[in-house]
Design a protein around this ligand. Structure first.
Ligand code: FAD
Ligand code: NAP
Length: 455
């Protein structure tokens, strides 16, 4: 039986968030602090979360829902300088300056470089699905039940003093219904199941949704030779100056065979419907009193400092990365560092009333935000607040870069990925990629980082 006077921590998921927790825990240990027992359960066979690309859709090899939502052709939709780790820059990793909008494989290589250097693979138990987490009031700890997927066996339950929920929230698709959709005689898929743009060559597409997936899939598919693309919006259009072959219309009202009817009274015939309608927060493995229930937002209610669960669990359960995301890797990292500092009592939690007041303050500010630039300001303040709490020596504020990125995108959605940004940490001036994104089909690491394209 574990000695629960000493923290024993269960991390759920070895994606960027879970890995940031393991990274900071190991940094504390390297600095001579107490070694805490950490076990990370990961249902996939490797680390990386969404970045661990899979061709699979639907169910995985064990009959569990496939976690992956990334597609083969994904390139970063934000400049890498906005997600760069100050203590492990892209230049540290690649040994040279590289362009600002890397393909998926380059970003994953970068992440893995930091994790490998810190040697944080050991605590991960792969192919282990967390099935149940409950809080025990009597003993002030958690019981965790895990299934070994490889052996098809539920393991004896384990007890932990703390839980870090890092299971991601872009994996369970939100799939709305539309009048007559059952009569559609083409293919219907959610962006969660989109893997290759090439597949849609020559096909006329309807994309439902007006956020990142809608924008990127429309562009990816046109780039790969699809027919015309219509994106339809519920709340507001994306409003970009689209290239020929992409247009926006208000939401569809009904479908009849191949014909789509839109709110503005127009119709169009399409071959494929791609639902870019976002994801559900879905944590079936957490007992009801521990479960975060929210829509996608910058400050999910119920989390002190956007991280610590205010429900059951006596301030010993924390969620990482549950926000809507402008900042990604650096935000996850500072949340993880904060979580480590709380567990190690380097950061003292105020009393419950003060924590509630702090949450209220953030929620009030969130409710006043008007546009994407306000959102960026808000998330910058959130990240910097956590950085201050842990005494981070780096300035993580990359607001100016995000603002420029938004300006670039609204100026030209086709060329924004061709721009170059300067790293705030290395100060090395950015370089342009050798090939405009619209013409770049080779997304290998070699071709991207070397300035002579392989033709
Ligand atoms: P995930 O990456 O989802 O990892 C969660 C991990 O938890 C997974 O490995 C999963 O298998 C595991 N897990 C879940 N449940 C269990 C369980 N019950 N038991 C055991 N293990 C479990 N961000 C960027 O910065 N740049 C981009 O270009 C970018 N592109 C994106 C493209 C798409 C299509 C999507 C959906 C997101 C993209 N993101 C991007 C944002 C992405 O959310 C983050 O980069 C990052 O992957 C989030 O990390 P995470 O650890 O929270 O979640
Ligand atoms: P999202 O941001 O949650 O957007 C969901 C969209 O679906 C919204 O436009 C929403 O409209 C719409 N929607 C939801 N329900 C609907 C309904 N019933 N009818 C019509 N429309 C509906 O999800 P996402 O676009 O999939 O993005 C998820 C994450 O993936 C983001 O973090 C993004 O950065 C990432 N991503 C990255 C890349 C890349 O790096 N290349 C590419 C794709 C995605 P409302 O506005 O009306 O709510």
């Amino acid at each position: 039986m574990a000695d629960l006077r000493k923290p024993r921590i269960c991390v759920i998921g070895a994606g960027p968030c879970g890995m940031s927790f393991l990274y900071h825990n190991s940094k504390y240990q390297q600095a001579g602090e107490t070694c805490l027992e950490v076990v990370c359960y990961e249902k996939q066979s490797d680390w990386g979360g969404l970045w661990n690309y899979t061709w699979r859709t639907g169910l995985d090899q064990y009959g569990e829902p496939c976690h992956g939502s990334m597609y083969r052709d994904l390139w970063s939709n934000g400049p890498k300088e906005c997600l760069e780790f100050p203590d492990y820059t892209f230049e540290d990793h690649f040994g040279k300056v590289i362009p600002s909008y890397p393909p998926r494989s380059v970003l994953f290589d970068y992440l893995q470089g930091r994790w490998s250097k810190a040697n944080v693979r050991d605590p991960i138990r792969f192919n282990k699905l967390v099935k149940h987490v409950t809080y025990n009031n009597d003993t002030d700890d958690f019981t965790v039940t895990v299934k070994d997927l490889g052996c098809d066996k539920v393991l004896p339950s384990e007890r932990f003093s703390h839980i870090i929920v890092a299971g991601g929230h872009f994996s369970v698709p939100n799939v709305p219904d539309f009048d007559g959709i059952g009569t559609f005689n083409g293919r219907i898929l959610h962006s969660h199941d989109f893997r290759k743009a090439e597949e849609f060559k020559g096909q006329r597409l309807l994309i439902v949704g007006s956020s990142y997936s809608a924008e990127d899939l429309a562009m990816q598919c046109r780039k790969s030779g699809s027919g015309d693309v219509i994106c339809c919006w519920r709340t507001k259009p994306m409003g970009f100056k689209w290239p020929k072959g992409i247009e926006e219309r208000p939401l569809l009202t009904k479908i009849d065979g191949k014909t789509i009817y839109f709110k503005d009274g127009t119709t169009a015939d399409v071959d494929v419907i791609i639902l870019c309608t976002g994801y559900l927060y879905h944590f079936p493995y957490l007992s009801e009193s521990l479960r975060l229930k929210t829509s996608l937002r910058l400050y999910p209610a119920g989390l002190y400092k956007g991280t610590l669960w205010m429900g059951d669990g006596n301030s010993k359960l924390m969620y990482i990365g549950m926000q809507d995301q402008y900042y990604t890797f650096t935000m996850f990292d500072i949340q993880a560092e904060w979580a480590c500092a709380v567990i190690r009592r380097k950061v003292k939690l105020p009393n419950r009333q003060e924590m509630e007041l702090d949450i209220k303050k953030w929620l009030k500010e969130e409710s006043l935000l008007k546009n994407c630039y306000d959102h960026i300001d808000f998330q910058t303040a959130f990240v910097c607040d956590l950085a201050k709490e842990v005494g981070c020596k780096y300035n993580l504020d990359v607001k100016a870069l995000f603002d420029r990125w938004e300006d670039d995108k609204y100026a030209d959605v086709v060329t924004y990925r061709d721009q170059a940004f300067t790293s705030v940490f290395t100060k090395s001036p950015g370089i342009k990629h050798h090939t405009p994104w619209m013409e770049a089909f080779d997304d290998s690491i070699d071709t991207f980082v070397n300035q002579t394209p392989n033709k």
